[in-house]
Write a protein that binds this ligand. Structure first.
Ligand code: NAP
Length: 231
């Protein structure tokens, strides 16, 4: 049977730590990546940096709006203080039917506070803020908060961890899991509705605290779950 190429994924914030790690891991899994940046030249430069690490990968680079227009799935990986500005700027580019995977964590560090403290978000979580800001018909799923950028960026580092996925539609979560699980070693777990993102986002602060104590890049692994999580 001929294996088909996965659909392209746009990564907004791919020049940053988490976005770049996701970019090279997904590209290594055969996913064509459209890199988005506020600056198209930085997107091109990031594409070159990624291609040097994953020579077989497929990388394009555009400004954020251009990247979003080229993919059905968009990963949003920007600091919390820039999430709303980024989504405002993408309002014309995002289209109904697109899937937005939001990885934003409302850490106090985003406003010069501690990375181990969470900011209160009026809507409940960064993901719910994203849901409120995207055009109608754009499907928002929350994921990837507990995966460390450093682990992703080290392609020699085996990943064996869970990705906690929240969203109001089981089908959307399954679709997001289908993309994320292309990365070897990541298992997606359905954690419930989007409002549960308030809890999963907060786990990043916990992991930063743990990792600073043990000088590690620990992730999360849930135990005693069934073998098949998305049937
Ligand atoms: N780092 C991790 O291990 C990790 C793990 C889980 C979740 N997260 C969350 O994922 C998100 C991204 O984290 P990160 O560590 O990758 O962040 P980062 O490296 O600081 O920034 C990511 C990208 O955001 C873009 N950006 C958009 N507006 C910006 C502005 N006004 N100022 C600065 N950058 C801006 C930049 O891309 P352009 O300049 O190209 O536009 C930047 O490269 C955050 O919400 C974070 O809490 C991070």
């Amino acid at each position: 049977m001929q294996s088909s190429t996965p659909d392209p994924v746009a990564v907004i914030g791919a020049s940053g730590a988490l976005g770049f790690g996701l970019t090279i891991r997904l590209a290594r899994a055969g996913v064509p990546i459209v890199i988005g940046s506020r600056d198209a030249a930085r997107a091109q430069e990031t594409a070159q940096r990624a291609a040097a690490l994953v020579p077989d990968g497929s990388f394009g680079g555009h400004d954020n709006a251009g990247a979003v227009r080229e993919a059905g799935t968009v990963i949003l990986s920007v600091p919390f203080r820039n999430q709303s500005e980024t989504l405002t700027n993408l309002r014309e580019a995002l289209a109904p039917g697109q899937l937005l995977i939001d990885a934003t964590v409302p850490l106090a560090a985003a406003v010069s506070g501690k990375a181990t403290r969470m900011l209160g978000v009026w809507q409940g979580s960064a993901a719910q803020q994203a849901q409120e800001m995207v055009p109608e018909g754009v499907r928002v799923v929350s994921a990837l908060h507990t995966v460390s950028a450093a682990s992703l960026a080290d392609l020699e580092h085996p990943l064996t961890q869970d990705v906690l996925v929240c969203g109001d539609s089981r089908a959307d979560k399954r679709e997001a899991a289908g993309v994320i699980e292309l990365i070897d070693g990541l298992r997606c777990v359905d954690c419930g509705r989007l409002e549960m993102a308030r809890t999963t986002e907060a786990l990043t602060a916990l992991l930063i605290s743990v990792n600073s104590r043990y000088k590690a890049h620990a992730g999360i692994r849930l135990t005693s779950l069934p073998d098949s999580l998305w049937a």
